[in-house]
Write a protein that binds this ligand. Structure first.
Ligand SMILES: *[C@@H]1O[C@H](CO)[C@@H](O)[C@H](O)[C@H]1NC(C)=O
Ligand SMILES: *[C@@H]1O[C@H](CO)[C@@H](O)[C@H](O)[C@H]1NC(C)=O
Ligand SMILES: *[C@@H]1O[C@H](CO)[C@@H](O)[C@H](O)[C@H]1NC(C)=O
Ligand SMILES: CC(=O)N[C@H]1CO[C@H](CO)[C@@H](O)[C@@H]1O
Length: 448
């Protein structure tokens, strides 16, 4: 983002700009935006991401179509009880790792819905509607090595989900996936909007299937009063206490998809056992080292929310943790020439950007997941939906500069080579994010 584009969002960014000269990230819809459907489409818009310089990819693969991926090193990353085990028992004992595979171009493929056939699609992710000139990114399909990933059958999904409720809980990437699912289902049935102030809620009458979204950026208890030496106004995250709003609702849900991570790049104070242990874009006493940085805080938060869920006496649902969604501010940071402008096909093998931040966030998340599995005392199930590496290849799947219908928006680099303001974090709809719901459907088929 340029400083000019920051000026467009003075309210949102003001405090951060003040201290950081616009070095801030603001990713997501504010929580209020889930209240009314009018605000679908109002959105945001600055993102900061630190993307490492291109390095040798640490994935191995063949190059016939340039997109073969070797994920075999995953077992190391995932540790003992990670997603590596998730699908071993399925497929009649053959096992199929849904996260190991490649992106294949499907020239005759049609997306699951059209950008103009889904009234709930947020405008900032409506890439075609915002004038994105290329369209091929809609036609790459994820092909797991050992099995096929069936095209999403909306009718079958509703039948399988008869009487059931699925809740997407988390940040704006949760919204991205929830809207993708709604758009897919919309093609066979228009749901009733039964939302309220706490949550978005759509009910498909034919099967009484309910799709819910609840905003919770960090998934843990957030306060904002003055606390010890933390000033009022800076979000205080009690990273060892879950967001009570979530915990109070979970027994109503059969399936919960959790999405978090990117807000740990935002300003906040980290509190553990009632003691301030660190902060992000906030730490007044430079002479003292903080105990917990944003990456550690993320890992702890994941363990906190999951532990609260799997030790809840009455929760029997399936919890799906969708792993950290990779962003693609390639070649720099968001404000130093990092860009996904002009990316029209997935990265080829060997071109993968080694994004240290993504990698370590993923590791912490997987560790938090594994540790909470060990604490499970109820009948609920947990699955890791480990999409991080597969989606690291999809630098073509983001809106880039096509974030609004504004006919005067800048979509090309300036004379100084600076890229235009852009979103290389959220995913176009239709687009690769629809694959998440195809994978989710497979998980549900296997677990319900
Ligand atoms: C994938 O990587 C593993 C180890 O990293 C290696 O043993 C294996 O041969 C590789 N497979 C392919 C198809 O390259
Ligand atoms: C956070 O914790 C306080 C104190 O225990 C509690 O009153 C509040 O409801 C909690 N809020 C959330 C969102 O969990
Ligand atoms: C769990 O269910 C029982 C029986 O319906 C109820 O008495 C109890 O309050 C519930 N516990 C929680 C934490 O919801
Ligand atoms: C059905 C079941 O296994 N419920 C258990 C869930 O976890 C609590 C402890 O938090 C147990 O007391 C329940 O028996």
């Amino acid at each position: 983002m340029t400083s000019a584009s920051c000026k467009k969002y003075p309210k949102i960014l003001l405090s951060i700009i003040a201290s950081l000269g616009c070095l801030a990230i603001f990713l997501i819809l504010s929580s209020s935006s889930l209240i009314s459907s009018q605000t679908f489409g109002s959105a945001i818009r600055g993102y900061i991401y630190v993307v490492g310089r291109s390095q040798e990819a640490d994935l191995i693969g063949t190059a016939s179509d340039g997109t073969v991926v070797n994920f075999s090193h995953h077992s190391n990353i995932l540790g003992s009880k990670g997603a590596g085990d998730d699908f071993q028992e399925s497929d009649g004992g053959f096992g199929c790792d849904l996260y190991k595979g490649k992106w294949v171009y499907d020239s005759g493929g049609e997306p699951l819905y059209k950008h103009d056939s889904c009234p709930v699609l947020t405008q900032t992710q409506n890439c075609q509607g915002n004038g994105r000139p290329d369209k091929e990114y809609e036609n790459w399909r994820w092909k797991p090595t050992q099995c096929g990933l069936p095209r999403f059958d909306a009718r079958k999904f509703l039948d399988l989900m008869k009487g059931k409720t699925i809740a997407f809980i988390g940040d704006s990437v949760a919204r991205n996936q929830m809207e993708s699912l709604l758009c897919i289902l919309w093609q066979v049935e228009v749901p009733n909007n039964r939302g309220n102030k706490r949550m978005q809620r759509f009910v498909f009458a034919s099967t009484s299937t309910t799709i819910i979204r609840i905003w919770s950026a960090w998934l843990v208890n957030k306060t904002s009063d003055q606390f010890d030496f933390a000033p009022a106004g800076v979000p205080e995250l009690h990273i060892d206490a879950p967001d009570e709003t979530i915990i109070n609702l979970i027994t109503n849900f059969d399936i919960i998809v959790l999405s978090s991570g990117h807000w740990f790049a935002k300003q906040s104070v980290y509190i553990l056992q009632n003691e301030i242990v660190g902060g992000q874009l906030w730490w007044p006493d430079k002479s003292k080292k903080m105990k917990i940085d944003n990456i550690k805080a993320f890992g702890i938060s994941v363990e906190t929310i999951l532990t609260a869920m799997v030790t809840h006496p009455n929760y029997t649902g399936l919890t799906v943790v969708r792993t950290f969604s990779p962003d693609h501010y390639e070649g720099g940071k968001w404000n130093t020439g990092g860009s996904c402008t002009g990316k029209v096909r997935p990265l080829k093998d060997g071109q993968l950007f080694d994004n240290e931040f993504t990698k370590i966030m993923h590791q912490k998340q997987v560790r938090g997941f594994s540790r909470s599995i060990d604490k499970n005392t109820n009948k609920s199930k947990m699955k890791l939906m480990d999409i991080t590496e597969a989606f690291a290849y999809r630098h073509d799947g983001h809106p880039g500069p096509y974030r609004s219908t504004d006919p005067n928006k800048i979509t090309k680099r300036g004379p100084d080579g600076r890229p235009p303001p852009q979103d290389c974090l959220h995913w176009c709809m239709p687009g690769p994010v629809d694959t998440w719901n195809e994978i989710l459907f497979e998980i549900i088929k296997r677990e319900l």
